[in-house]
Structures are given as C-alpha cells and as structure tokens.
Design a protein around this ligand. Structure first.
Ligand code: SF4
Ligand code: SF3
Length: 548
C-alpha cells in the first residue's frame, strides 16, 4: 500500500484507493495532501486559541479553507502546488503563534505535533506523510467519525472560500472550522463527542451555504428562469468550469470586446441564471455535460478551458496545453493563473490570447435548457406551486441534488427520473442534474418537471424552499411535506450538503449510488437509526418505497 484515500464515492473496490486514485491522483500527491491537512490542523490549533482570546485569525481562516479545498477530490493534482501550500502553512502557523505570544497568551505545552512539525525537505515531508495518514487512527469507528467530520469541513471550506472571494465573511463559521480540525487531533475524543461535532458541522454547513447564497445573490442578483443555449457560435472561445463566480465575473469582464466568447461547463452552468452575467453579449451558453465527460468534450471544444475548482479529469496529451487552472485547482503541466492580490483582479490575459489562436468550438448539441429555480424565483411562483399541490396536480417533489460521476450504476438516476409519475417534480442542484436535465420530462401547468436551483451549494435553496412550504402548509415537521430525497454523492461538498440537510431535521434520505467507504458499519448504523438514511435499490423497488 503506497497511499490510502477513501474520501469519495469512487474509492477503489468500495473501500479505498491504495496504489493510485481512481480519480487519477498519484500516491505521492495523495500522501502530501494528507500532510497538508496535518499542517492545517496545526494552524487551526493556534487559530482556535487566538479566537478564544479575541485575536485575529484572518490568515489562518483563509489558509485552512484553501488547504482543505486543495485536497477535495479532483481539485488539485499538482505535487508542487501541494508542497508550496504546506510551506505556506508553516508560515501561517508561525504568524498565528507569534500573535499569541506577542499578546501574552499562554500556549499549552502539550499541543499536538501538527503545531510544530516542520521540514523544508520534500523527502522528509514524504516520510512524515506516511506516518500521519488516515490509517494511523487505529479505532475503526473513531477513524470513520473523524474522517466524516473532516470531509464535512472540506465541503464547508470550499463554500466558505467562494464567499470569501466575494468579501463575505463569518467568524463563527471559521471558529467551527478550526474547532473541528483540532478535534480530529484529539486522541481521547469519544465517539459520542465526534457525533456531536458532525451534527454541529451540519449546522455550520447551513450557515456557510446561506453566507454564499447571500454573497452570490447580493453580488450578481437573484437567479431567474433562463433558457440556456446549448449550441455554439463561430468565434474562438473559452470554456469555464468549476464553481467560482468571482472568476466567472472577471473572465467575462476581461473577454468583453476581445472577440472571444465564453461558455460554461458542468457546475458553472448556473452562472447563466444570474442577471449580472446575462448582460454580456459574448456569454453564449453552456457546452457539454457533467465533469466526467470532459475528455471527449474538451477535445471538440477546441479552445482553452479554465478550471476554477473541481472537477478535473487528468487531461489527455492532445489538449493538456489548453487547460488552465486557478484558485485551489491545479494540475502539473497546465498553466496556473495566480490569485488576485488584495483589492485587485486576476489576470486572464494569457488564456484570452490563447483562445484567439484556437478554432471555434465544434457544435455537439443544439437547443436550450431551462434553469434558474433558486429560492427567490421559486417563491415568486409560490402561489402556483401551492395551488398545484393542493389540487393534486403535483403529487410529490423529489430532491435529486448532488453529484454526478462516471460509474455505470449512476444510470439509475436517469432511469429513476424517466420513470417518475408525470405528477411529480424533481428539485435539483449540483452536477447530478446532468443525468436527467436533458430528458423531455415536460411540465405541470407551466411548472417544469425539473427545477434546477443551481450548483451543489445551491442545495441550500432547496432547503429554503422546503422550509417555506412547511410554513405555507402549516406543518410541524419538515418530513410531513410531500418531498422525498434521493441524493447522489461523489465528493466532499456533497458530504456537507448531506450533513446540512440532517441538521435541518430532514429524515429518510436515500444516498447513492453507493454508501461512503469511510462509514464504518457502526457509524452507518447511527445514521440509519437516527436519520433513516438508506442506500438505493432498483428503480422499481425504490419507486414503490418513495411513492407509498
Ligand atoms: Fe480514490 Fe476518491 Fe481518494 Fe481519488 S479522491 S484517491 S478516487 S478515494
Ligand atoms: Fe459535481 Fe465535481 Fe460534486 Fe458541485 S463538479 S457537484 S462532483
């Protein structure tokens, strides 16, 4: 075994990747990512003490979010970038510790070794990484709970980072981030204490998604019903992927008037729904499907592709020179666009110049796709929706949010959507939608049968809609609503979405296509017994369960 990682749905053999990631992550990058998380825990330890003493944790908040985001599945495969981030961690740790000392705060003598371990030698980093990986936690249930918490924190970090890029901050979210990280270094922590922290993580998940929702909507307007073009124009173009709307904004600004068009890819599709982006005449629409189809689609796009976050599939030689990364994403051999300096903007001139040398995209689809059903838009249709439920025109809603992935078993979701009775409506968010958003599912009295709220973080919108319906129908319990949850997961942002739904009291969520490898049998039982979490079966069986 040269590595161990089981953080995503595609973990090898359903237990964990041990030689190389199914995602393409090499063993050395996987191990260095473990070390990066270890160093980030050291930063969080000092930040937690600083927070308790009302001292600034600014550098630590930013660093820990970026470090965790870097380690999310399919975000960063670049060994040098991970090493650079580890070194940055040493520096941020020192700044935070120095702040404690210069303010006369006494620092406990028995802190975890993650607060002090440091080496500039890459060889020593690799040796250390081999000692501090996931399997160094001996007890299976404690390991499971600590990793469940860590993955929830990774999801929180991703959303917190997007909000921070738009200058939206929340100290209590950062305080929990540090507290959660520190808890995973505690050798004496009990399973009950960890379960408590996992639930607290869910509550913070709701808060961070609310913060990001506020950041996105106050900056770019409320998403509105939009017909998104799927075809192409005859201009050179840039394809932008990932989840970061600030990058989207700056790319649109800088391409304006250059003769270079912009298309969204995968999770950037919902950018088409925001009023502030619609004003750009060279913002043409969406190209392609979910992340895992990029090998074919990037080939035919012909122009450069900008990854702002996950999900990168290791690029083919034929187009690797056209791949650009920025923010927490990275891949060795691709051009990385540097972060913006405080108050400044990123410089996208290299990718724009590159686009000008490329052929226009080859058309792979035509027509349109309708989306933009985030909470504000749905609330404007509330009367119509409530009437449809009261009259029985809508029998049930199915929340089918989350992630897509390449496993064949995910065909289940296409079949499930296709087989749903015509008086049901799918509420979706995240790249899971690509399994059914192009099916001709029709509408119910003008309400489309697939309502797309946006990116995975916009699952928050689905919770807001559910809570609003609960109020309108004067129910005591969110679970009395005619809403069923059949969620697909892949990476760690789906973990925080799941924990957030649990913290809102949602029960009986079905999670697929497989349950997480990081849930030990006992921890899985806790989720089953307390929250009614279940896996998926066949479409027919599940349809009976959901409609009964
Ligand atoms: Fe394996 Fe997923 Fe980890 Fe990649 S992220 S190494 S596929 S478990
Ligand atoms: Fe998709 Fe990677 Fe999770 Fe944002 S882009 S939902 S998998």
């Amino acid at each position: 075994m040269s590595m161990f990682c089981f953080q995503c749905q595609e973990a090898a053999k359903g237990t964990g990747c041990t030689i190389k990631g199914v995602c393409g992550k090499s063993d050395d990058v996987a191990n260095l990512q473990d070390l990066l998380v270890f160093v980030a825990k050291g930063v969080s330890t000092y930040a937690m003490i600083a927070g308790e003493n009302n001292l600034s944790t600014k550098e630590a908040d930013k660093f820990v979010m970026e470090a965790l985001f870097t380690t999310i599945t399919n975000a960063n495969f670049d060994r040098d970038a991970v090493i650079a981030k580890i070194r940055e961690g040493y520096a941020v740790r020192k700044i935070t510790r120095n702040r404690l000392e210069s303010n006369g705060v006494s620092i406990p003598a028995d802190l975890h070794s993650c607060t002090t371990w440091e080496s500039d030698s890459v060889e020593e980093m690799e040796q250390k990484a081999a000692l501090i990986g996931i399997l160094s936690i001996g007890n299976e249930d404690i390991r499971s709970l600590k990793e469940l918490l860590t993955y929830g924190l990774k999801g929180m970090a991703a959303y917190g980072e997007h909000a921070m890029n738009l200058n939206y901050f929340n100290d209590s979210i950062y305080a929990f981030l540090h507290k959660g990280m520190v808890a995973t270094t505690n050798n004496d922590i009990t399973a009950d204490e960890l379960v408590g922290l996992v639930l607290e993580c869910g509550k913070n998940g709701v808060d961070v998604m609310a913060l990001l929702d506020k950041a996105n909507t106050e900056t770019y307007g409320n998403p509105e019903i939009t017909e998104v073009n799927l075809g192409v124009r005859n201009n050179p173009a840039i394809l932008i992927s990932g989840h970061d709307l600030k990058d989207m904004e700056e790319l649109l600004e800088q391409t304006d008037g250059t003769g270079v068009d912009v298309y969204t890819h995968s999770e950037m599709l919902p950018a088409n729904y925001y009023p502030k982006f619609k004003k750009y005449e060279h913002f043409i629409g969406n190209y392609g499907n979910a992340w895992w189809k990029q090998k074919e689609e990037f080939e035919s796009f012909n122009g450069p592709v900008l990854f702002t976050t996950n999900c990168i599939v290791p690029p083919k030689e034929s187009y690797i020179d056209r791949i650009y990364t920025t923010g927490s994403s990275g891949f060795a051999g691709c051009t990385h666009i540097a972060d913006r300096k405080e108050g400044g903007k990123k410089d996208f001139s290299a990718i724009i110049e590159h686009a000008k040398r490329c052929a226009p995209p080859t058309e792979i689809e035509t027509g349109t796709l309708v989306g933009g059903f985030a909470h504000n838009q749905v609330m404007q249709l509330a009367d119509k929706v409530v009437d449809a439920v009261k009259s029985g025109a809508i029998r049930k809603f199915f929340v089918m949010a989350g992630c897509d992935g390449r496993m064949k078993s995910r065909d289940y979701y296409t079949e499930f959507a296709d087989n749903l009775p015509k008086d049901t409506v799918i509420l979706t968010a995240g790249c899971a939608k690509y399994r059914y958003n192009k099916l001709p599912l029709g509408d119910i009295g003008g309400i489309p049968r697939v309502l797309d709220a946006g990116q995975c973080n916009d699952s928050y919108s689905l919770a807001v809609i559910a809570l609003k319906l609960k109020e309108v129908f004067e129910l005591n319990d969110i679970n009395e609503l005619p809403i069923a949850y059949n969620i697909a997961w892949y990476e760690q942002k789906a973990v925080i979405v799941l924990l957030a739904l649990l913290s809102l009291g949602v029960k009986n969520i079905h999670l697929g296509p497989t349950l997480p490898a990081f849930l030990s049998p006992n921890v899985a039982n806790v989720l089953v017994e307390n929250f009614g979490i279940a896996g998926i079966g066949t479409v027919d069986e599940d349809m009976k369960i959901f409609l009964s």
